[in-house]
Design a protein around this ligand. Structure first.
Ligand code: NAD
Ligand code: MLT
Length: 308
């Protein structure tokens, strides 16, 4: 009998395997997770649970960590590897939903949707606001992987020119997507009236869009982050929005989640927010839940095909 603990909100598939006992305890405080983990063979999480060295050390029976999604920046992969704990994720299950949310944020920011909604609720019928059109504008994408690629496909429907910066993909991928792949990030930023990032959070990408990079964007540009908090330098972004160089920002993610109410980006009227909802559609969560459970059980059985 394998015991599997689930510590984040998830729509798990039907459990068909009688050898598995699943304990679904989303929103457990960290102290409780640390106390309980000892008795489990596998742990399934999303981004809320920090699977760090301390948690892995407490999991003396732990064999597999399943990440219900793509990003494994909340899992200490080195500590897991040292302890012989396998980590699996389901990177393809939420691509479409994350790409759709990036577009929702971009459009909401370009058309002032959150602000207009707020004004109507406050009793104001303000028709003076003018937004931005996308036709023939340039979209810059940092990271042309699964989600970045899907964002690029959608851009074609808006008749946009699409540029990308991703030093790790072949030019043939960009060509297939009808995207111009540039070797120089600064070169892409100078041309991008809209910018969206779709890289993982790594040592290299943390803070990669800072003050200097944001000022390279044309005046009045819109920026989007539906990847990870910290890829844009939050302090620089808040200041540059305040200084008026940017039109606005659409943000799904923060360096610290949830962010504090007094965070300058939370308070900025130029930002439209969602609460890390990129993967939160009925469809994506069904795919994620089913796939992560299946992968964890397969890995417990000794099939290492999905181990990172
Ligand atoms: P992916 O691995 O398919 O694509 C990531 C791309 O980023 C790759 O092509 C890689 O070459 C590129 N890249 C890496 N380092 C780079 C750098 N320094 N500069 C430029 N490009 C770089 O991953 P994906 O499935 O497209 O997901 C991307 C990220 O989106 C995930 O790592 C995750 O953090 C985030 N995400 C967020 C949500 C959400 O709910 N907001 C949902 C899904 C994924
Ligand atoms: C991911 O990396 O897949 C996202 O953070 C979405 C999620 O955790 O649900």
């Amino acid at each position: 009998m394998w015991r599997v603990l689930v510590t984040d909100e998830m729509r798990l598939g039907e459990l068909k395997n009688p050898e598995v006992r699943l304990d679904y305890k989303p929103n457990l405080p960290r102290e409780e997770i640390l106390r309980l983990i000892e008795g489990y063979d596998a742990l399934i999480t999303r981004s809320r649970t920090h699977v760090d060295a301390e948690l892995l050390q407490r999991g003396t029976q732990l064999k597999v960590v399943g990440r219900g999604g793509v990003g494994v920046d909340n899992v200490d992969l080195e500590a897991a590897s040292r302890r012989g704990i396998l980590v699996v994720n389901v990177p393809e299950a939420n691509t479409r939903s994350a790409a759709e949310l990036a577009w929702a944020l971009l459009l909401a920011s370009a058309r002032g949707i959150a602000e207009s909604d707020r004004k109507i609720r406050e009793g104001q019928w303000d028709r003076k606001y003018l937004g931005l059109e996308l036709d023939k504008k340039t979209l810059g994408i940092v990271g042309l992987g699964r989600i970045g690629g899907q964002v690029a496909r959608f851009a074609k429907a808006f008749n946009m020119r699409v540029l990308a910066y991703d030093p790790y993909i072949p030019h043939s991928r960009a060509q297939t997507l009808g995207v111009e792949l540039l070797d120089d990030l600064a070169d892409m930023l100078r041309q991008s009236q809209f910018l969206t990032v779709h890289t993982p959070l790594t040592e290299e990408t943390r803070g990669m869009i800072g003050r200097r990079e944001l000022y390279l964007l044309p005046r009045g540009a819109v920026v989007v982050n539906a990847a990870r908090g910290g890829i844009y330098d939050e302090k620089a972004l808040a200041e540059i929005l305040e200084e008026g160089h940017l039109w606005g920002a659409g943000l799904d993610v923060f360096e610290q989640e949830p962010p504090k109410a007094e965070h300058p980006l939370v308070r900025s009227p130029r930002v439209v927010h969602t609460a890390h909802l990129g993967a939160n559609t009925l469809e994506a969560q069904e795919r994620v839940g089913e796939a992560v459970l299946e992968r964890v059980i397969e890995t417990l059985k000794g099939n290492l095909a999905h181990a990172l």
